[in-house]
Design a protein. Structure first.
Length: 660
């Protein structure tokens, strides 16, 4: 099968004069079969491919670089499908959906996790245009994918669901584009829906962003209505890139992924000059020099080209061995030239940390391999080695948010078959240390820690700080009361509230990050019957009264079970933890006291009753003293056992407790 597969590729490659690589990145594998079919069937397409060189050096004035941005599920990927169909890249008869969502998790969850670039050729008014489209994720965790995509664009399609209206990520994404001074094309999607309310949505766009009613396009991405007009609007409204083809070569790296055979593949936006095979390029950040091995466009399958010119978005390979060398936001230039670095963007900062351990230690090596490989394709994840007496050797990984964590563990399992135990997520806290000796010991006055077992002794802490976020919530006004009380309960401070139309409100809260990472979003959805939407951005550290909540079993502290909480939550959290442990820990021969304590003070307690053998069962009748004697003897035995017993919790129990 594999053989037939390859040879047919070589065949069509010869026909089309394109060297098609058959070592594609794992994520693109599914694409492969698809692209192969494409090469065979797309008659019209092959025409354009023959003119490869021509399209490749399309005039700057005929290039449009744009992204589709919107809230989750407002139809970005569906719209991208229609655009691909109109450009003749996919066959509408096949009825494929969300083709740019290539990962298995994306297909299963119906969400976009990774921004995808595709270069389309489109003929408009007798001119051949090169449209570089980037489909972006809408979920808050992946907003850095959006912001780096925007660095390669001059315009955006701001998509709004005609039924749901403006949502929290619509606002966040609008401002990302607005701050970069990009051309914004407001588009209302799903106008085919029965309960769509386009007029109300236009009103919201006007109130919130000052968008003129006549600029708003109405489309149905599902049925393709108005999509052609949208492409024309993109060509007419979005300006061509401001670049200089005569200047020395300069390019911005905005994505990278790893291929087993070719090394790191770098996606770049060429700002000035041009690049061809065998050119020597240098990174501004690392100063390392590489020789360009291949160049190409994503259409969306890889298409090799001999030259990339300013204004284009394309990928290169250059024998780079690790994605760590490809700093997202870095500038590349020709060797031994000095150029002004291109203005980059904020690199992704991990916000949520969790321990990852193998199911049992024999799987340690396999899990390490899987994590290393996956991190190559997801550089936003930070990795450090960690260990725990109960779970053995493992890692502490940093993620952009909870969804990112879930997606990562799902990908570990699906793409690498690695089973892992993930501990409860936590955030990074800051502590200011006092005392010369302590500062020396910790290597600085300020230390960062996310693992409760690294909580410094309270006697040497001058101040503790926790990270906060600015949360934006958009909701119908009937739910205001319950949402405010939810935020207050989560230690939120309300900042603003604005009406965005007759019955919708936008509120902003400053919330501690550790209060929202686990279940805030679910709670918000349940108190608002699913109508409220939430987005957040980093809001820095604030001083906070944090304590370490330690769990003790018969007076012995179990470090793996301790957590860091705000002092106001210590009692309730301790109680919950003890109750949960009482349910999970198997009963033993002796009584177990499960206690939660803060700084030596017990705040909650549960007692796990021992198994009890009925030692008096063999008695019948007789004197009561005989009964007493037997019971006394049993009690003595238990006491002795308690003194020598080491409560060994089975590994499964730890896994049950630590799992979310
Ligand atoms: P994304 O998260 O913004 O990429 O949204 P998707 O493209 O994944 O679409 C989310 C859902 O909306 C899918 O179930 C689509 O079928 C549906 N959808 C997208 N566009 C339209 C449309 O124009 N009309 C209708 N009725 N449904 C649509
Ligand atoms: Mg999508």
């Amino acid at each position: 099968m594999g053989f037939v597969y390859r040879s047919s590729i070589t065949l069509c490659c010869k026909k089309l004069c394109v060297r098609f690589p058959y070592s594609v990145r794992t994520e693109r594998k599914q694409w492969f079969r698809f692209s192969q079919r494409l090469m065979n069937v797309a008659g019209a397409d092959s025409e354009s491919r023959k003119n490869n060189g021509e399209i490749n050096t399309v005039a700057v004035s005929n290039i449009r670089n744009f992204s589709i941005i919107a809230h989750v599920d407002h139809g970005k990927s569906t719209l991208a499908d229609r655009l691909l169909e109109i450009a003749g890249v996919i066959d509408p008869v096949e009825g494929q959906t969300q083709v740019l969502d290539m990962l298995q998790v994306e297909k299963e969850r119906g969400i976009t996790v990774k921004a995808q670039t595709v270069s389309l050729s489109y003929k408009y008014k007798d001119h051949e245009y090169l449209l570089n489209l980037i489909d972006t994720p809408g979920h808050v965790d992946f907003s850095n994918e959006v912001s780096r995509s925007l660095a390669a664009c001059q315009g955006v399609i701001l998509l709004v669901d005609a039924n749901q209206g403006v949502q929290a990520q619509t606002v966040a994404n609008f401002y990302l584009a607005f701050c970069r001074e990009l051309t914004i094309i407001p588009v209302m999607n799903k106008v085919d829906l029965k309960n769509a309310n386009p007029d109300a949505v236009t009103e919201q766009l006007k109130t919130l962003f000052g968008i003129n009613e006549k600029d708003v396009l109405r489309v149905s991405a599902k049925f393709g209505t108005g999509v052609k007009e949208l492409i024309h609007a993109v060509i007419e409204r979005v300006p061509p890139p401001k670049v200089d083809r005569k200047a020395p070569f300069r390019a911005l790296i905005y994505d990278s992924w790893y291929d087993r055979y070719r090394g790191t593949i770098i996606l770049m936006y060429i700002r000035d000059g041009s690049l061809k095979i065998a050119d020597e390029i240098q990174s501004v950040h690392t100063k390392k020099v590489y020789t360009v091995k291949s160049l190409g466009l994503l259409r969306p399958q890889e298409e090799q080209v001999p030259l990339l010119a300013a204004g284009q978005v394309g990928f290169i390979t250059c024998n780079m061995r690790s994605t760590k060398e490809a700093h997202i936001g870095d500038t590349f230039h020709l060797k031994d030239m000095t150029v002004e670095p291109i203005e980059g963007f904020k690199p992704a900062q991990p916000m949520v940390f969790a321990g990852v351990y193998p199911m049992d230690q024999s799987q340690h090596v396999a899990l390490r391999g899987a994590i290393e490989k996956l991190v190559l394709n997801d550089p936003a994840v930070s990795v450090s080695v960690d260990s725990s007496p109960a779970l053995g050797q493992g890692w502490r990984l940093g993620f952009l948010g909870l969804l990112h964590l879930e997606v990562f563990s799902q990908r570990l399992e699906q793409e690498y078959g690695a089973q892992a135990v993930l501990t409860a997520p936590s955030v990074t806290y800051k502590a200011k240390i006092i005392g010369e000796k302590n500062i020396k010991h910790y290597g600085g006055e300020e230390i960062l820690f996310s693992n409760p077992s690294h909580f410094p002794p309270t006697s040497i802490i001058a101040e503790l700080q926790e990270p906060t976020v600015m949360g934006t919530i958009i909701t119908p006004d009937t739910f205001i009361g319950s949402i405010i009380s939810l935020c207050m309960e989560r230690r939120g401070i309300q900042k603003t509230a604005t009406n965005i139309d007759n019955n919708r409100v936008m509120m902003q809260f400053i919330l501690p990050l550790n209060e929202i990472i686990v279940d805030f979003h679910d709670e918000l959805k349940s108190v608002s019957s699913g109508y409220a939407s939430f987005d957040y951005e980093d809001h820095g550290y604030v001083p906070s009264q944090l304590v370490k909540l330690t769990i003790m079993l018969n007076g012995v502290a179990v470090d793996e079970l301790s957590t860091i909480v705000h002092i106001s939550k210590a009692v309730s959290c301790g109680r919950k933890m003890c109750e949960k442990l009482k349910e999970i820990i198997p009963r033993q021969m002796i009584q177990i006291a499960i206690q939660a304590c803060v700084g030596g003070k017990i705040v909650a307690r549960e007692t796990l009753k021992p198994y009890r053998k009925d030692v008096t069962a063999k008695l019948y009748g007789g004197d009561v003293t005989r009964r007493m004697k037997l019971l006394r003897r049993q009690a003595e035995g238990k006491k002795k056992m308690k003194m020598v017993a080491n409560i060994g919790l089975p590994r499964e129990t730890f896994i049950d407790v630590l799992k979310r």
